[in-house]
Design a protein around this ligand. Structure first.
Ligand code: SAM
Length: 232
Protein backbone atom coordinates (compact mmCIF):
# COMPACT_ATOMS: atom_id res chain seq x y z
CA UNK A 1 0.00 0.00 0.00
CA UNK A 2 2.82 2.48 0.82
CA UNK A 3 5.14 1.45 -2.00
CA UNK A 4 3.81 1.50 -5.58
CA UNK A 5 0.82 3.53 -4.49
CA UNK A 6 -2.07 3.30 -6.95
CA UNK A 7 -3.82 6.70 -7.05
CA UNK A 8 -6.63 5.42 -9.25
CA UNK A 9 -7.39 2.39 -7.08
CA UNK A 10 -7.28 4.46 -3.89
CA UNK A 11 -9.65 7.07 -5.32
CA UNK A 12 -12.14 4.38 -6.42
CA UNK A 13 -12.38 3.22 -2.80
CA UNK A 14 -13.65 6.65 -1.66
CA UNK A 15 -17.18 7.98 -1.99
CA UNK A 16 -18.08 9.47 -5.36
CA UNK A 17 -18.36 13.00 -3.92
CA UNK A 18 -15.51 12.82 -1.38
CA UNK A 19 -13.40 15.02 -3.62
CA UNK A 20 -10.59 15.80 -1.13
CA UNK A 21 -10.57 12.25 0.21
CA UNK A 22 -10.04 10.87 -3.31
CA UNK A 23 -6.82 12.87 -3.71
CA UNK A 24 -5.72 12.36 -0.08
CA UNK A 25 -6.10 16.02 0.84
CA UNK A 26 -6.82 14.86 4.39
CA UNK A 27 -5.47 15.15 7.93
CA UNK A 28 -5.83 11.97 9.98
CA UNK A 29 -8.17 10.66 7.30
CA UNK A 30 -10.49 13.71 7.44
CA UNK A 31 -10.79 15.99 4.39
CA UNK A 32 -9.17 19.37 5.02
CA UNK A 33 -11.44 22.32 5.77
CA UNK A 34 -12.69 24.71 3.10
CA UNK A 35 -10.54 27.50 4.59
CA UNK A 36 -7.44 25.41 3.76
CA UNK A 37 -8.57 24.99 0.16
CA UNK A 38 -9.06 28.75 -0.03
CA UNK A 39 -5.46 29.23 1.09
CA UNK A 40 -4.30 27.04 -1.83
CA UNK A 41 -6.56 28.96 -4.22
CA UNK A 42 -5.35 32.35 -2.98
CA UNK A 43 -1.66 31.43 -2.95
CA UNK A 44 -1.74 30.02 -6.47
CA UNK A 45 -3.79 32.98 -7.75
CA UNK A 46 -1.39 35.43 -6.12
CA UNK A 47 1.45 33.92 -8.17
CA UNK A 48 -0.30 33.08 -11.45
CA UNK A 49 -2.58 36.12 -11.48
CA UNK A 50 -6.04 36.86 -12.90
CA UNK A 51 -7.30 37.38 -16.46
CA UNK A 52 -5.14 34.71 -18.05
CA UNK A 53 -5.78 32.71 -21.22
CA UNK A 54 -4.82 28.99 -21.10
CA UNK A 55 -3.99 26.84 -18.06
CA UNK A 56 -2.86 23.22 -18.14
CA UNK A 57 -3.45 21.47 -14.82
CA UNK A 58 -1.05 18.52 -15.03
CA UNK A 59 -2.08 15.74 -12.62
CA UNK A 60 -5.42 17.47 -12.08
CA UNK A 61 -6.94 14.51 -10.20
CA UNK A 62 -10.72 14.87 -9.93
CA UNK A 63 -10.76 18.52 -11.02
CA UNK A 64 -11.99 19.84 -7.66
CA UNK A 65 -8.92 22.05 -7.27
CA UNK A 66 -8.75 22.86 -10.98
CA UNK A 67 -12.29 24.22 -10.77
CA UNK A 68 -11.19 26.84 -8.22
CA UNK A 69 -9.31 28.67 -10.99
CA UNK A 70 -12.28 28.94 -13.35
CA UNK A 71 -12.49 32.73 -13.01
CA UNK A 72 -8.79 33.23 -13.71
CA UNK A 73 -8.65 31.62 -17.18
CA UNK A 74 -10.35 31.67 -20.54
CA UNK A 75 -9.70 27.93 -20.98
CA UNK A 76 -8.51 25.19 -18.60
CA UNK A 77 -7.32 21.72 -19.62
CA UNK A 78 -6.77 19.07 -16.94
CA UNK A 79 -4.77 15.90 -17.54
CA UNK A 80 -4.40 12.95 -15.20
CA UNK A 81 -3.48 9.27 -15.68
CA UNK A 82 -6.38 8.07 -13.50
CA UNK A 83 -9.45 7.09 -15.54
CA UNK A 84 -11.56 7.24 -12.40
CA UNK A 85 -10.44 10.71 -11.29
CA UNK A 86 -10.97 12.08 -14.81
CA UNK A 87 -14.46 10.54 -14.85
CA UNK A 88 -15.23 12.38 -11.60
CA UNK A 89 -13.82 15.62 -13.07
CA UNK A 90 -16.05 15.24 -16.12
CA UNK A 91 -19.09 14.38 -14.01
CA UNK A 92 -18.82 17.22 -11.47
CA UNK A 93 -16.50 19.96 -12.76
CA UNK A 94 -16.75 20.16 -16.54
CA UNK A 95 -20.08 21.93 -16.94
CA UNK A 96 -18.58 25.14 -18.17
CA UNK A 97 -17.29 24.92 -21.71
CA UNK A 98 -13.96 26.36 -20.69
CA UNK A 99 -12.97 23.05 -19.01
CA UNK A 100 -11.65 19.94 -20.69
CA UNK A 101 -10.49 16.95 -18.60
CA UNK A 102 -8.54 14.16 -20.31
CA UNK A 103 -6.73 10.97 -19.36
CA UNK A 104 -3.02 11.37 -20.04
CA UNK A 105 0.52 11.51 -18.71
CA UNK A 106 3.93 12.88 -19.57
CA UNK A 107 4.67 10.25 -22.23
CA UNK A 108 1.68 11.20 -24.39
CA UNK A 109 1.12 14.84 -23.45
CA UNK A 110 1.92 16.08 -26.96
CA UNK A 111 -0.83 13.85 -28.39
CA UNK A 112 -3.38 14.66 -25.68
CA UNK A 113 -3.09 18.38 -26.45
CA UNK A 114 -3.43 19.53 -30.02
CA UNK A 115 -1.01 22.03 -31.51
CA UNK A 116 -3.49 24.92 -31.21
CA UNK A 117 -3.67 24.28 -27.48
CA UNK A 118 0.04 23.72 -26.95
CA UNK A 119 0.90 27.05 -28.51
CA UNK A 120 -1.58 28.90 -26.27
CA UNK A 121 -0.80 27.48 -22.83
CA UNK A 122 0.64 30.22 -20.61
CA UNK A 123 0.63 28.52 -17.24
CA UNK A 124 0.96 25.02 -15.86
CA UNK A 125 -0.33 24.04 -12.46
CA UNK A 126 1.12 20.85 -11.01
CA UNK A 127 -0.29 20.66 -7.52
CA UNK A 128 0.55 17.67 -5.32
CA UNK A 129 1.89 15.77 -8.33
CA UNK A 130 5.56 16.52 -8.96
CA UNK A 131 6.87 14.19 -6.17
CA UNK A 132 5.21 11.28 -8.01
CA UNK A 133 7.11 11.82 -11.26
CA UNK A 134 10.16 9.78 -12.21
CA UNK A 135 13.26 11.53 -13.53
CA UNK A 136 12.36 10.25 -17.01
CA UNK A 137 8.90 11.80 -16.77
CA UNK A 138 10.34 15.11 -15.53
CA UNK A 139 12.79 15.16 -18.45
CA UNK A 140 10.03 14.27 -20.93
CA UNK A 141 7.77 17.02 -19.63
CA UNK A 142 10.38 19.76 -19.63
CA UNK A 143 11.57 18.77 -23.12
CA UNK A 144 7.97 19.15 -24.30
CA UNK A 145 7.38 22.41 -22.38
CA UNK A 146 10.45 23.89 -24.05
CA UNK A 147 8.52 23.77 -27.37
CA UNK A 148 5.47 25.70 -26.09
CA UNK A 149 5.93 29.34 -27.15
CA UNK A 150 3.46 31.03 -24.78
CA UNK A 151 4.44 29.16 -21.62
CA UNK A 152 5.55 31.62 -18.92
CA UNK A 153 5.01 30.05 -15.50
CA UNK A 154 4.84 26.63 -13.87
CA UNK A 155 3.48 26.33 -10.34
CA UNK A 156 4.62 23.25 -8.41
CA UNK A 157 2.52 22.90 -5.27
CA UNK A 158 2.64 20.78 -2.12
CA UNK A 159 6.21 19.48 -2.32
CA UNK A 160 7.21 17.46 0.75
CA UNK A 161 10.40 18.92 2.27
CA UNK A 162 13.06 16.36 3.15
CA UNK A 163 14.70 18.88 5.51
CA UNK A 164 11.51 19.05 7.60
CA UNK A 165 10.46 15.40 7.52
CA UNK A 166 10.53 15.25 11.35
CA UNK A 167 7.53 17.59 11.42
CA UNK A 168 5.48 15.02 9.54
CA UNK A 169 6.80 11.77 11.02
CA UNK A 170 6.36 12.77 14.66
CA UNK A 171 5.05 9.47 15.96
CA UNK A 172 6.45 6.93 13.51
CA UNK A 173 9.96 5.97 12.43
CA UNK A 174 10.90 7.69 9.20
CA UNK A 175 10.53 5.22 6.31
CA UNK A 176 13.70 6.37 4.49
CA UNK A 177 13.23 3.96 1.58
CA UNK A 178 9.78 5.47 0.87
CA UNK A 179 10.98 9.09 1.06
CA UNK A 180 13.27 8.54 -1.96
CA UNK A 181 10.65 6.70 -3.98
CA UNK A 182 8.39 8.57 -6.41
CA UNK A 183 5.95 5.61 -6.49
CA UNK A 184 5.41 5.69 -2.70
CA UNK A 185 2.23 6.94 -1.09
CA UNK A 186 3.60 10.45 -0.46
CA UNK A 187 6.11 10.53 -3.32
CA UNK A 188 9.73 11.63 -3.40
CA UNK A 189 10.74 14.06 -0.65
CA UNK A 190 13.42 16.56 -1.66
CA UNK A 191 15.20 19.45 0.02
CA UNK A 192 14.94 22.92 -1.51
CA UNK A 193 18.58 22.58 -2.56
CA UNK A 194 17.84 19.28 -4.30
CA UNK A 195 15.06 21.02 -6.25
CA UNK A 196 17.40 23.86 -7.18
CA UNK A 197 19.97 21.30 -8.37
CA UNK A 198 17.33 19.35 -10.27
CA UNK A 199 16.20 22.44 -12.18
CA UNK A 200 19.77 23.26 -13.23
CA UNK A 201 18.97 20.72 -15.98
CA UNK A 202 16.45 23.23 -17.35
CA UNK A 203 18.30 26.58 -17.23
CA UNK A 204 15.52 28.39 -19.12
CA UNK A 205 13.50 28.30 -15.88
CA UNK A 206 14.10 30.59 -12.90
CA UNK A 207 12.99 28.86 -9.69
CA UNK A 208 11.60 30.68 -6.63
CA UNK A 209 10.26 29.27 -3.41
CA UNK A 210 6.68 30.30 -2.58
CA UNK A 211 5.76 30.80 1.06
CA UNK A 212 2.43 29.48 2.25
CA UNK A 213 0.88 31.09 5.36
CA UNK A 214 1.74 29.56 8.76
CA UNK A 215 -1.88 28.54 9.30
CA UNK A 216 -1.87 26.41 6.15
CA UNK A 217 -2.07 22.80 7.36
CA UNK A 218 0.94 21.62 5.35
CA UNK A 219 3.24 24.63 5.84
CA UNK A 220 5.44 22.88 8.40
CA UNK A 221 6.56 20.10 6.06
CA UNK A 222 5.81 21.18 2.50
CA UNK A 223 6.67 24.08 0.21
CA UNK A 224 5.69 25.31 -3.25
CA UNK A 225 7.85 26.47 -6.14
CA UNK A 226 7.17 28.95 -8.92
CA UNK A 227 9.11 28.52 -12.14
CA UNK A 228 9.29 31.52 -14.48
CA UNK A 229 10.56 31.36 -18.02
CA UNK A 230 13.67 33.50 -18.39
CA UNK A 231 13.31 35.96 -21.20
CA UNK A 232 15.35 35.03 -24.24
C1 SAM B 1 -2.49 14.24 -4.49
S1 SAM B 1 -3.30 14.02 -6.04
C2 SAM B 1 -3.42 15.74 -6.55
C3 SAM B 1 -4.54 15.98 -7.54
C4 SAM B 1 -4.80 17.44 -7.87
N1 SAM B 1 -3.67 18.06 -8.52
C5 SAM B 1 -5.12 18.21 -6.62
O1 SAM B 1 -4.24 18.91 -6.11
O2 SAM B 1 -6.24 18.10 -6.12
C6 SAM B 1 -1.99 13.40 -7.04
C7 SAM B 1 -2.38 13.21 -8.50
O3 SAM B 1 -1.21 12.91 -9.25
C8 SAM B 1 -1.57 12.00 -10.26
N2 SAM B 1 -0.34 11.31 -10.66
C9 SAM B 1 0.33 10.36 -9.98
N3 SAM B 1 1.40 9.94 -10.67
C10 SAM B 1 1.42 10.68 -11.80
C11 SAM B 1 2.27 10.71 -12.93
N4 SAM B 1 3.34 9.91 -13.00
N5 SAM B 1 1.99 11.58 -13.93
C12 SAM B 1 0.91 12.41 -13.84
N6 SAM B 1 0.07 12.42 -12.79
C13 SAM B 1 0.32 11.56 -11.79
C14 SAM B 1 -2.57 11.09 -9.59
O4 SAM B 1 -3.37 10.38 -10.51
C15 SAM B 1 -3.34 12.07 -8.73
O5 SAM B 1 -4.48 12.55 -9.39
Amino acid sequence: MYENFDHDKYARQQKDDDFWGQVKRTVNGIPVAEVQIQIIENTVTQHLGLNNKYLLDFGCGNGALTYRFADNYERIIGIDPSNFLISIANKYFAEEKKFSFRVGESANIAEILDLKERIKIEHILCYGVFPYLSQTEIDELFAEFATWPSLEKIYLGNLPDYDRKENFFTEYPKPEHLLRNHTSVIGHWRTLKQYMDLFKRFPEWEVCRVNTPDHFYASNYRFDLLLRKRSA
